[in-house]
Design a protein around this ligand. Structure first.
Ligand SMILES: Cc1cc2nc3c(=O)[nH]c(=O)nc-3n(C[C@H](O)[C@H](O)[C@H](O)COP(=O)(O)OP(=O)(O)OC[C@H]3O[C@@H](n4cnc5c(N)ncnc54)[C@H](O)[C@@H]3O)c2cc1C
Length: 376
């Protein structure tokens, strides 16, 4: 590794690396076979302080930097990239409550989300609403003493196993409002697991809602104007995904180098061949550039509180490099790289999922172009 970070962050890296080796290795194979990561892992991540790392200590967070958050995701994802998805929904939900919630909502939910005692979901995507949230059709209408929320959400992480979640719905003013929805309410109907190609082991379902919540479950106590909350919490998600891609790439590199040292053709280890040098050297360059752009975006968030363009640039660059690096690692392995059970084959599938999450590459290209043209 070429990067040098402050000593306390490197010490934290060692703690995260040790956690990943000790607690995550056992889940790699079962998770890829579709066995969901267990609740006890979330509790362990809570004990590590991972879930609340960048959030205030007052409510159970770690008060850490976004740079440390990046290092955490990088190290955990060297072993199991899916784990990022597994725990960071709790972080984002807690951050949204901290950002927009009332004091009572913060005290009731945030500490238990950050300790991992509770699990949560965040539901905005719908069958017809991916990137374009204006097409949202889930409706919140007034009842005598609360709100009736009706609609169908799609691609929701943790909807089955959660205790509580945040639902985005259109209110009577056609604005988007956020509602805290406990999952034990009548009319809360998560679907069955949707199998996808990568980042397996995390729960993903659709969610049909026909639930009534009291007024005190409106996030922040008032409807309207809350879509910005999502924009405020998403940077943490994007930093997490970029850093997970860095960890994923680092493992691809290590697997490729080990394989190239041990595989012999024409009487030589293939690491002696120039064509393989090119693949490995290009992987090193892509990983180091990705690491630096990720740390830079995280540091910008720490320094200035916002890093919209830096993060859009990082998400675009790093997720695409992850796909390239995983493909190069597969190439180094030859046909063994595409065999089911090969680490690099799994990581190539994980990289494809990361490219689509939290805004696709096309969407981030548009964000970068808006910055280039000085719009918004
Ligand atoms: C593992 C996983 C977990 C997820 N978890 C959650 C969750 O917990 N909660 C939740 O609400 N959602 C979740 N999602 C959904 C995710 O947020 C959406 O997939 C994402 O918003 C993209 O939406 P879409 O796939 O419908 O693509 P669409 O928006 O339909 O886009 C399709 C294509 O059109 C392109 N495109 C769309 N709009 C534009 C534009 N303006 N400019 C240029 N190109 C454009 C896109 O780049 C893409 O190539 C999850 C998805 C996955 C894969």
């Amino acid at each position: 590794m070429l990067s040098a970070l402050p000593p306390e962050i490197e010490e934290y890296r060692a703690v995260c690396r040790d956690f990943a080796t000790t607690h995550l290795t056992q889940y790699v194979k079962p998770a890829d076979e579709g066995v969901l990561l267990p609740h006890e892992l979330r509790l362990k991540l809570g004990e590590l302080g991972a879930i609340g790392l960048p959030l205030p200590e007052e409510y159970g967070g770690g008060g850490g930097s976004h740079l440390a958050w990046a290092v955490l995701h990088e190290e955990l994802s060297r072993v199991l990239p899916a784990v990022s998805m597994y725990f960071q929904t709790n972080t984002l939900v807690a951050a949204a409550i901290l950002h927009a919630g009332t004091e009572a909502q913060i005290r009731e939910w945030v500490p238990d989300l950050l300790s991992g005692k509770l699990s949560s979901f965040l539901a905005f995507t719908e069958p017809q609403t991916g990137t374009d949230t204006r097409m949202m059709t889930t409706r919140a209408t007034r009842t005598d003493d609360g709100w009736l929320i009706r609609g169908t959400k799609m691609w929701i992480s943790n909807a089955r196993s959660s205790d509580i979640g945040i639902v985005f719905a259109k209110d009577p003013d056609d604005d988007i409002s956020l509602f805290l929805v406990p999952t034990d309410l009548p009319g809360y109907q998560p679907g069955t697991q949707i199998p996808i190609i990568g980042v397996r082991g995390t729960e993903l379902t659709d969610l049909v809602l026909d639930v009534e919540v009291p007024n005190e479950n409106v996030l922040g106590g008032k409807t309207g104007g809350q879509f910005a909350t999502l924009k405020d919490v998403m940077p943490m998600g994007k930093i997490g995904i970029c850093a997970s891609c860095v960890g994923l790439m680092q493992t691809c590199l290590e697997e490729a180098v080990t394989y190239a040292r041990n595989r012999e053709q024409q009487g030589h280890p293939i690491i002696d061949f120039q064509a393989v040098h090119r693949l490995i050297a290009d992987m090193v360059a892509a990983i180091e550039a990705s690491r630096q752009i990720t740390y830079w975006a995280a540091a910008c968030k720490d320094m200035w509180g916002a890093a919209g363009t830096e993060l859009a640039t990082a998400k675009l660059f790093v997720t695409n490099k992850a796909l390239e690096v995983a493909r190069m690692a597969v190439s180094v392995h030859g046909v063994y790289g595409i065999a089911q059970g090969a680490t690099v084959e799994r990581l190539l599938r994980d990289a494809q999922v990361f490219e689509l999450l939290e805004g696709t590459s096309e969407v981030h290209r548009e964000m970068v172009m808006r910055a280039v043209r000085g719009i918004g």
